[in-house]
Design a protein around this ligand. Sequence first.
Ligand SMILES: [Zn+2]
Length: 370
Amino acid sequence: MTASRRARNLCVVAALAALVAAPVRAIAPQLPDIDRASVERVIRVLADDDMEGRSAFSPAAMRAAAFIAEEFADIGLEQVPGSEGYLQRFTAALRARGRGGRGGRGGGGGGAAGGGAAPAEEYELANVVGMISGNRSEEFVLFSAHYDHIGIRPGGEDMIANGANDNASGTTAVIELARYFKGRPKPERTLLFVAFTAEERGGFGSRHFSEQLDPDQIVAMFNIEMIGKPAVSGPNTAWITGFERSSFGEILQQAVEGTPYEFYADPYPDQNLFLRSDNATLARLGVPAHTISTTPIDVDPDYHQVTDHVETLDLDHMTDTIRAIAMAGATIVSGEATPTRVDPDSVRRRQDASVLLKLILSPEFEGRLG
Ligand SMILES: [Zn+2]
C-alpha cells in the first residue's frame, strides 16, 4: 500500500468512526455539572469537630444553621416569608428524659417522649429555608435534608459523632442543588431548599415547617439522607423510600434514562425507612415526599457512631449522586411531570404504631433513619 493510499484509508476509517461516534455523543444525556470541590468544602465544615456533632437543642446546631444560612446568602436564594436571615426560628418544649435529668446522650436535651415528672424546658430551634421563585408561585418543589445529628457520645477518645454521612452529606446536597438551580433559567415551579433541625430528636423541624405552608401546594419533596457511601447495589445507584406510594420514583427514573445513574426502590422494606425520616411528616399530609439515599445501612459500621467521618465517604460518588438528583428533578421543576399524591391514610396509624413501638423498645430510640 502506498503512503498516500494508506493516508486515504486512514481518513475513511476516521470518518466512519466519527459517523458512528457522533450520534452516540449527541444522544447520551450528560449529568449536570456539580462542583466536587464545593461539595468537599461544605461537607468538611458541617462535619468538622467544631460543630460538635450538631445536636439539636444545643448551640452547636445553631452554628451549623448559621453556616447553611451563609451558603444560602452566597448563592443568592430568596428568603421565605416568616424567616429571618434564612432561619425559620421556633421553640420546642422538651421534657428531660429519665431520672438523671437532661443531656443523657446527645450533649443537650433529652428525648421527645418525656419521662418522669421533670418539667419541660423551652429550646430555641431553627430550620434553614431558602427559595427560588418560579413562574408558578403556588406550586412548590422541596429539596430537603436534616442537618442535625446526635452530638457528643461520651466514652471513647473520640467523643464527637460528626455525622458526615448522616446527614452532612444530604445537607451538602441541598446546598449544591440550590447553587445549581440558581444558575439555571427561572424555573416553572417555585423551589424551596430546606435544612431541617431535630430529625434525630423527634422530627420537630419538619413538623414546624409543614405547618407554615399549605401542603397541597407542595408538588414533590426530595428528602436526601446519607448519600456519602455507595449503595450495596453499586456505584451510580440510589434508592427511594416508599417507591410504590406515588409516581415520584418513576418520574426520577425516566428523567435520568440513558445516563449511567439509576434510581430504584428502597432495598430494605423491613426497616420501614419511609416512615423514619422527615419525608414522613409531609407524606402524612398527602405530599409525594420521599427520601433518596445510597447508604448501605444494613452493613455500615459507622452509622450513628463517632466514626462517621468525611474520610469514610466516597466524595466522587456523592457528587455524582447530587448530579443525578439535579437531573432527576428536572421534569418536576419544569412542570412537565407531576407525581401522584401519597394516600395519607396509608401512611398513618397501624404502621406508625408498630414502628413507634420498635423505636421505643430500641436502645437507639432517638435515631430515626439516621
Ligand atoms: Zn439522618
